[in-house]
Design a protein around this ligand. Structure first.
Ligand SMILES: Cc1cc2nc3c(=O)[nH]c(=O)nc-3n(C[C@H](O)[C@H](O)[C@H](O)COP(=O)(O)O)c2cc1C
Length: 346
């Protein structure tokens, strides 16, 4: 348990402005490839209606060549605030893609400069831009010139321990016209391993005038509060903590606004949410949705006593009905045992 200090509550009371866009929550849902589609965002937003959410990252080159809006970029007209995240190394393609993003309804356009995946970095995108700050700057300038909405950047603290350049890089992004910087406190070399180094986020926050959002290892109300206190950041962005737990952003937001903990979902409620997630994915994407649902289902059933068998069967489902049967059985057992355990499956 943690107590919200009056200083922190005061600091976070006012809306957060990304240029002209006012956010009424200091907790953001990160872009997650293969996860933060329209369905997932709808679930997160149910518990965190004010939070900024991001699409999965979209390749500007692919948009240029295919010239058809991918499902990845689909935005529900009611979901606000929403940012579309793009990646690439070509300033002209990114400018063009940003215009398409705005036409689709993006409130802000975010440029990915943090992705560590080889396929992306070897083509000059994602975190490789940390080593090409002049190109990164050109990208931001070109996108800012192309659209009316605020342009933001999400990046890491550096390429490797020997090349940590977050402060200098952040300054250059700000000078080029970025209106917010989200900083994942790991290097590219770290991938997702080791602790996020929030001290670097604090240094970048102290050096910039635009809002800085802290990202990395925000898994609970406690970690969010500690991170905001240690870094002085303007907000926090949740990532892996939301896998199988779309309640997290709302729980932190509620605490920061009220100083009180929101009642966490019971195991049965989590499985009910999993069931709804499965149904929405099936309705939205058909068979592809079922394949994607498998990983979500395993995340939802993590940490449950006696759920190993349920988990292993859920990650092999071939149809929505098969998933509903498994989940309904488990929910009924949880309800019968006072939410204690999923002991056996029929
Ligand atoms: C499965 C997965 C997909 C991700 N996809 C994206 C993405 O599309 N765009 C992006 O900027 N970051 C992406 N990230 C990075 C996260 O947004 C975040 O920066 C990182 O996970 C650190 O936060 P955490 O320690 O709280 O997980 C992804 C991370 C994971 C685990």
């Amino acid at each position: 348990m943690v107590v919200l200090s009056p200083e922190l509550q005061h600091r976070l009371r006012s809306p957060l402005y990304i240029g002209t866009v006012a956010l009424h929550s200091r907790v953001l849902q990160s872009p997650l490839s293969g996860v933060t589609d329209l369905v997932f965002r709808r679930l997160v937003r149910r518990y965190a209606p004010d939070s900024m959410m991001y699409t999965e990252m979209v390749s500007a080159s692919e948009l240029h060549h295919v010239r058809k809006l991918p499902k990845l970029m689909e935005v529900d007209p009611q979901e606000r605030p929403i940012s579309i995240q793009l990646f690439d190394c070509r300033p002209d393609f990114l400018a063009e893609a940003a215009r398409m993003a705005v036409a689709e309804g993006a409130d802000t356009v975010d440029i990915n400069m943090g992705c560590p995946v080889n396929k992306i970095t070897k083509n000059g995108g994602g975190s490789s831009l940390l080593r090409q700050p002049a190109i990164a700057e050109e990208i931001v300038r070109s996108v800012v010139a192309a659209v009316e909405v605020p342009v933001t950047v999400k990046t890491r603290i550096g390429w490797s321990d020997g090349e940590i350049n977050a402060v200098e890089f952040g300054r250059r992004m700000e000078d080029a016209g970025a209106q917010m910087l989200t900083l994942h406190g790991r290097t590219r070399e770290q991938g997702y391993n080791g602790a996020a180094r929030w001290e670097w986020i604090g240094r970048v926050k102290a050096a910039l005038s635009i809002p800085v959002i802290a990202n990395g290892d925000i898994f609970s109300v406690e970690s969010a509060v500690r991170c905001l206190e240690e870094t002085g950041a303007d907000g926090v962005m949740c990532s892996r903590g939301t896998l199988g737990y779309p309640f997290l952003v709302g729980e932190i937001d509620h605490f920061l606004k009220t100083g009180e903990y929101r009642q966490p979902p019971t195991p049965a409620e989590r499985l009910l949410c999993a069931r709804e997630h499965l149904q929405m994915l099936w309705e939205y994407k058909g068979d592809r949705g079922i394949r994607q649902a498998r990983k979500h289902m395993t995340w939802y059933t993590k940490g449950f006593e006696g759920a190993a068998e349920l988990r292993s069967r859920l990650c092999q489902i071939e149809s929505a009905d098969e998933g509903y049967r498994l989940l309904d059985g488990a929910i009924a057992q949880l309800q019968a045992t006072g939410d204690r355990a999923v002991v056996a499956l029929a």
